[in-house]
Write a new protein. Structure first.
Length: 347
């Protein structure tokens, strides 16, 4: 390697070190870009549909978003927090019922195989309890509370603080007002020979991100509505809260649906044995409907992400950015896929 190659290598390493040092700040910028992309695309659609100036369409979008956020904080959030706290209290009771159910059935099997007088025979229940200790209700409750406290602390450190939220919203608003100007300023960093190509790549990234947003909104609303209907039919407590949890966590593929199913299944355990099985089966059916019916029906509006890239992005961005990186992993993967595809298309 000559001196120029060594210099390029050093520059790359220094750049990576700077990026790693500023990763939390970069995550805030990414959040702002995603939000501004949603706002700009909604504004452009309203502008084209109503044939009005962009400033008016942008005002309408911001006003609608403000009303939605205000409604969520005033009407939806307080009862949801109350029910969610009750769910957290009920989960240990459901797990305790599993413990009791396991104990009862193991004792029945023990009596069936060894008879009522089985003191001198190996006790299956004691053997399993010695190998796998099932914690009591108080231990489970304390563990759950500590876990959620840690999760809230992590989320707070990664960018849900008021100051960081204000920064993200301010940057999003400024970009949304003059998106073309910001894009052209970024293009000044690109050599002239590649500016047109990079401009086209940015436009395709914007379209792919808009399509992903559209598909995820439709998918999440569908999952939330189906969960609401199913849980209402099965008469599971806290229907609205569980449906909202399913709708929000649907944004996180693979992991989100699994987490969202834990809450209603644990609550259903308090009623009888068949109800949690019915809830589990219903959630599996809902996810299959979402994967094989709802998403294919809007495939033209959906960025077709490669499964391997989806999984890699989830683990990679979670490792780099933490829980917020997991939430943003898919939009980032959409943009990265387009960047790679378009950058090397002519090579």
């Amino acid at each position: 390697m000559n001196s120029l190659s060594y210099f390029k290598l050093v520059v790359i390493l220094i750049t990576l070190l700077i990026v790693w040092t500023l990763k939390d700040f970069l995550l805030l910028i990414i959040c702002a870009l995603v939000i501004s992309n949603i706002v700009c695309n909604l504004s452009n659609q309203i502008q084209k549909g109503l044939k009005i100036p962009r400033s008016i369409s942008l005002f309408l979008v911001l006003a609608a978003i403000s009303v939605i956020i205000f409604t969520i904080f005033i009407i939806v959030l307080p009862p949801f927090i109350k029910e969610f706290n009750e769910i957290l209290v009920e989960i240990p009771n459901g797990l305790s019922k599993i413990n009791t159910l396991i104990n009862t059935n193991l004792n029945k099997f023990n009596s069936l195989f060894y008879g009522e007088q089985s003191e001198n025979v190996i006790d299956i229940f004691s053997l399993i309890n010695n190998v796998v200790t099932i914690p009591d209700v108080s231990t489970i409750a304390k563990a759950i509370q500590e876990s959620f406290k840690n999760l809230i602390n992590i989320a707070g450190n990664l960018g849900s603080g008021l100051l960081r939220l204000i920064f993200v919203l301010a940057v999003s608003l400024m970009i949304s007002i003059e998106p073309k100007q910001y894009k052209e300023n970024i293009l000044l960093l690109i050599p002239k020979n590649y500016r047109n190509k990079f401009r086209n790549i940015l436009e395709k990234c914007n379209i792919a991100l808009a399509n992903w947003t559209f598909s995820m909104v439709i998918s999440s609303l569908s999952v939330g509505l189906l969960s609401l209907i199913v849980l209402s039919i099965l008469d599971v407590k806290y229907v609205v809260s569980n449906a909202l949890i399913a709708m929000v966590l649907n944004i996180i593929p693979n992991i989100g649906p699994v987490i969202s199913g834990i809450f209603p299944i644990s609550i259903a355990l308090l009623d009888n044995f068949w109800k949690p099985l019915a809830v589990l089966g219903s959630y599996v059916i809902i996810q299959n409907i979402e994967s094989y019916i709802i998403m294919p029906s809007i495939m033209k509006k959906k960025a077709n992400l490669l499964p391997g890239l989806t999984l890699i992005s989830q683990f990679g961005f979670t490792f780099i950015f933490g829980p917020l990186g997991l939430i943003l992993s898919l939009p980032l993967a959409v943009v990265i896929q387009v960047l790679i595809k378009e950058s090397f298309k002519d090579i």
